[in-house]
Design a protein around this ligand. Structure first.
Ligand code: PFF
Length: 455
C-alpha cells in the first residue's frame, strides 16, 4: 500500500516539475532567438558549441539550481540568503538572488515586445495578409510593423497585461499545464513545417548550415553568445529553476528530469532552426544573418504558400504566444515572490508594480526598432544592449556563482542528501562538472568574449 502511494506521489510531482520547467524553458528563445543568432554567428560551429554549452555547463547548473530550490523552499533571493547563512559562505553570494531578479525583469522588458510581434502576426494570419506572399513582401510587412511604434506598444502592452494577470491570480500552474497540453501541438506543427521545408525548401542546405563544421568563422564573441543562449533557453542563471525545485519531493530523480527538459528544449530549437533555414535558403531576399526578424519574415512565406497555411499559421502564432506566456510568468515570478515574502507587499501590488517597471524599460526596446535605431552604445542599440548584458553576462555570472556556492561552499552532506540516491554515478560526474568544468568554462568564455570589447 505504502509503495503505491509513493509511486503516485513521485509520478505526479515528476510531471509537475517537467511540465512547469519545460513551460518556462521552451519559449521565444527556441523558436525566435536560436535560429537568428545561429544565422548571425555563421551556423555550424556555433550550434555545436551551443550544444556543448548545454551539456557540460548549463545542465549541471540547472541541476544545481533545482537542488538549491529544494533545499531552500523560498523565493530565490531568500533561498540564497538562508543557504549562505547555513553554510557560512561569504555575503557576496547574495548577488545571485539580486542579479537573478534584475535579469528577469530586464529580459521580460524586451520579451514582451517580441511576443507582441507574435500577437500581431496572429491578426495578420487571420486577416489573410500573407496569402500567397513572397519573401520581399513578407519583409515589407515586417518592416512596416517595426516602423509603427504605436502598434508595437499596443501589442507589447497587451502581452505584458496577459503576464501580469496570470501572476496576479497566481494561476501559473494552470497556465503552465494548459501550455503544456498545447506544447505537443506546437511540436507536431513544427514537424509539419519540417515536412514543408523538405518538400518546398532546401532542408539539406539548412542541415549542413546548422550542423556543418566551419570552425574558422567562430569567434570568442560567438562562443559567448552560445553560452549565454544555453542559459537563456533553459531559464537558468536567474532563479526561475529554483522555484520549480520546490515542487520536487526528496525522492524524485533530479538528473533524469532535468535531462528530459534539456532534450525537449534543444529539440524544439533545432527543429525550428531547420524549418526556418530551409525556407531562407530558397528565398535569396532573406539573409541568413537577417537578425531578430528572421522568423517573422521566413515563416509567413511558408504559411502563405501551403494548403491550409493561414489556419496552420494562426494556430502556430497562437502556440508561440502561449509558449512565450508560460515563460514570461517565470521571468517575473521570482521578483514577485520576493516582494511578497520580504516586503509585505500584496500579490496585486507586486505584480502591477513590477509589470509596470518592465513595461517602461521595454519601451526602450520598442524604440530600438524605429526612432532609436541609430542610437548606439558600444555598437549596440538599446534592445541589443539589454539582451547582451542579461543573456551573455548576468545569466552566466549568476550561474558561475551558483556553481561555486553548491560545489565549494554548501556542506557536501547536504548536497549528497539531495542527489546521491538518485544515481551515484551521475552524482559523481555532476559533482566534478559543477566544481571544475562548468565554472572554469564560464570564466574562460566570459573573459575571452568580453575582454576584446573592453580594450
Ligand atoms: N527560456 C525562455 C525561452 O527560451 O524563451 C526564456 C526565459 C524564461 C529565460 C525564463 C529565463 C527565465 F527565467
Amino acid at each position: 500500500m505504502k509503495n503505491t502511494k509513493n509511486f503516485h506521489a513521485s509520478w505526479s510531482s515528476r510531471w509537475t516539475f517537467i511540465l512547469a520547467a519545460a513551460g518556462s524553458a521552451v519559449g521565444l528563445g527556441n523558436i525566435w532567438k536560436f535560429p537568428y543568432i545561429a544565422g548571425e554567428n555563421g551556423g555550424g560551429a556555433f550550434v555545436i558549441v551551443y550544444i556543448l554549452c548545454i551539456v557540460i555547463i548549463a545542465l549541471p547548473i540547472m541541476v544545481a539550481e533545482v537542488t538549491l530550490g529544494r533545499m531552500g523552499k523560498k523565493s530565490p533571493v531568500n533561498t540564497i540568503r538562508d543557504l549562505i547563512q547555513s553554510s557560512d559562505a561569504h555575503k557576496s553570494f547574495n548577488i545571485i538572488g539580486w542579479m537573478g531578479v534584475s535579469a528577469g525583469l530586464l529580459i521580460l522588458s524586451y520579451y514582451a515586445v517580441i511576443a507582441g510581434w507574435a500577437l500581431s502576426y496572429i491578426e495578420h494570419m487571420i486577416s489573410g495578409t500573407f496569402h500567397n506572399i513572397n519573401a520581399e513582401n513578407a519583409g515589407l510587412i515586417f518592416d512596416n510593423l517595426l516602423k509603427n511604434k504605436n502598434e508595437l506598444i499596443f501589442w507589447q502592452s497587451l502581452f505584458m497585461l496577459m503576464t501580469v494577470i496570470v501572476v496576479i491570480f497566481g494561476i501559473n500552474k494552470g497556465l503552465g499545464l494548459a501550455a503544456q497540453i498545447l506544447m505537443p501541438l506546437l511540436f507536431i506543427l513544427l514537424i509539419g513545417l519540417l515536412i514543408f521545408g523538405y518538400q518546398q525548401g532546401d532542408l539539406a542546405k539548412a542541415f549542413s548550415f546548422l550542423f556543418g563544421f566551419n570552425f574558422e568563422s567562430l569567434s570568442w564573441k560567438a562562443v559567448l553568445v552560445a553560452l549565454g543562449h544555453a542559459f537563456f533557453t533553459l531559464s537558468i542563471g536567474m532563479g526561475a529553476m529554483m522555484t520549480y525545485g520546490v515542487y520536487m519531493p526528496a525522492d524524485s530523480r533530479v538528473f533524469s528530469n532535468v535531462l528530459m527538459v534539456g532534450i525537449l528544449d534543444t529539440l524544439v530549437a533545432l527543429i525550428a532552426g531547420l524549418v526556418i533555414f530551409s525556407i531562407v535558403f530558397v528565398n535569396p531576399s532573406i539573409e541568413s544573418s537577417a537578425g531578430p526578424g528572421l522568423m517573422f519574415v521566413s515563416l509567413p512565406v511558408a504559411f502563405g504558400n501551403m494548403l491550409g497555411g493561414l489556419i496552420f499559421g494562426t494556430i502556430f502564432f497562437v502556440l508561440v504566444t502561449l509558449a512565450a506566456w508560460s515563460s514570461s510568468i517565470s521571468l517575473i515570478e521570482p521578483a514577485i515572490a520576493y516582494l511578497i515574502e520580504s516586503r509585505k507587499c500584496t500579490r496585486l501590488m507586486a505584480s502591477l508594480a513590477l509589470g509596470f517597471i518592465a513595461w517602461i524599460i521595454g519601451l526602450g526596446s520598442v524604440f530600438s526598432f524605429n526612432i532609436w535605431a541609430e542610437e548606439k552604445i558600444a555598437g549596440f542599440n538599446f534592445f541589443e544592449l539589454i539582451d547582451f548584458i542579461t543573456a551573455n553576462i548576468m545569466l552566466p555570472l549568476s550561474g558561475l556563482l551558483v556553481a561555486i556556492l553548491i560545489g565549494w561552499k554548501i556542506k557536501s552532506k547536504m548536497v549528497e542528501d539531495q542527489l546521491l540516491s538518485d544515481s551515484p554515478r551521475l552524482f559523481f560526474a555532476w559533482k566534478w562538472a559543477i566544481k571544475f568544468v562548468s565554472p572554469l568554462a564560464v570564466i574562460v568564455v566570459l573573459v575571452m568574449g568580453i575582454y576584446p570589447r573592453l580594450v
